[in-house]
Write a protein that binds this ligand. Structure first.
Ligand SMILES: Cc1cc2nc3c(=O)[nH]c(=O)nc-3n(C[C@H](O)[C@H](O)[C@H](O)COP(=O)(O)OP(=O)(O)OC[C@H]3O[C@@H](n4cnc5c(N)ncnc54)[C@H](O)[C@@H]3O)c2cc1C
Length: 331
């Protein structure tokens, strides 16, 4: 497939991740705008079964079954197979998720294919002859737009930069056998530690209740957790709260944490520093609970409740539980 745009999918327990569906949507949209072909490449155990779900988002799916042994990082399985496919079919642009595995993969691909990269894109548009990538730099103080100086390259796209949307016509699924002449030099994972998570992963939650330094400690976070639980949502946090050890890194939102896109974001005791804002600015509705009416979060929140979170959170939780008890939906 010449002149194509490929979305590089990710699998988790044999299922496509949300960012895979987002990248498939982006590949389809860019291909439609430019008259190119689009494909999503899925490499890993269960790729064939996952392919039908991904094909609903438009591009054809190239499914490559590949077993991964426990000690092997995902990128070392995907990179040599993808590099062989790229060398054979010569797509112009590869869309790779700016996730932990995606960044790992992009690094290996650059070494194997000697392609240029635009990293950490928060949005991708087509400008003239090629893609333009918007990036947030200098701690979110500056937004840049960059493009390639040659007609091929790898784009690392941040999760939640695109809304995944099924296509009117699904793509076709093809099973591909890839011969890898040489596996990469062995890299061994010596230990695996499960991320500590507070229930629903924040990347997928429709409601997030997040706490910051104003929560004051792990005990204060229990009130955040209780409200999240009452709303059926997930718990998020600022870097200040994570660095203090009150909650795990998996919950951190922002420039050095995760980018989230819930329908409702409730920020308790969070000032709204730019590095936090970049992780949550595309949320549907942002509600801030802060005792300082002039906190920076007031500039981008839809609603600011000025007051002490230790008074407001328990009352809100109680009110929502009461509504639930009456068989009403909380929001
Ligand atoms: C390179 C870099 C990367 C960074 N990455 C991230 C990132 O990914 N995510 C992130 O979050 N930060 C990040 N930061 C840190 C960021 O700059 C801020 O320091 C951090 O977000 C502040 O966290 P906070 O809002 O919890 O704390 P603070 O800024 O201290 O704000 C606490 C807020 O709580 C309010 N408050 C206090 N008590 C109460 C109460 N009882 N009731 C109601 N309100 C109360 C205060 O009025 C205040 O507004 C990064 C910084 C750098 C330099």
């Amino acid at each position: 497939m010449a002149n194509g745009i490929w979305a590089v999918g990710e699998l988790a327990d044999g299922r496509p991740t949300r960012v895979t569906l987002e990248l498939a949507t982006l590949a389809r949209t860019l291909a439609e705008q430019t008259g190119r072909d689009a494909a999503t490449v899925l490499i890993g155990a269960g790729a064939t079964d996952a392919a039908a779900q991904v094909a609903a988002y438009g591009p054809d799916v190239l499914a490559v079954e590949a077993a991964q042994v426990m000690e092997q990082p995902v990128a070392s399985v995907v990179a040599p197979r993808l590099a062989a496919m790229v060398a054979d079919r010569e797509p112009d642009y590869l869309l790779v998720a700016a996730s932990t595995d995606g960044k790992d993969l992009a690094g290996l691909l650059l070494g194997l294919l000697e392609l240029p990269i635009l990293a950490n894109g928060s949005s991708v548009a087509w400008d003239g002859d090629g893609p333009t990538v918007e990036m947030s730099t200098f701690g979110g103080r500056l937004v840049t737009h960059s493009s390639f100086t040659q007609p091929r390259g790898v784009l690392l796209v941040r999760p939640a930069s695109v809304v995944a949307q099924e296509a009117a016509t699904p793509g076709r699924v093809g099973s591909v056998q890839v011969e890898v002449s040489a596996e990469l030099p062995p890299v061994r994972v010596t230990d695996r530690v499960d991320e500590e998570r507070g229930g629903t992963p924040i990347e997928e939650a429709r409601v997030i209740v997040a706490g910051g330094r104003g929560v004051g400690g792990p005990d204060g976070f229990r009130q955040v957790e209780e409200l999240a639980q009452a709303l059926g949502g997930a718990v998020g946090a600022t870097r200040a709260a994570v660095d203090a050890g009150w909650v795990g890194y998996a919950q951190q939102i922002g420039q050095t944490g995760k980018v989230v896109k819930p329908a409702l974001y409730i920020a308790a005791g969070i000032s709204g520093a730019i590095q936090h804002k970049v992780g949550v600015q595309t949320a549907g509705t942002i509600v801030a609970i802060n005792k300082d009416p002039d906190a920076p979060i007031a500039e981008f929140a839809d609603l600011v409740v000025v007051g002490d979170l230790f008074e407001i959170l328990p009352r809100l939780t109680e009110a929502i539980r009461a509504r639930r008890g009456n068989g009403q939906t909380p929001a």
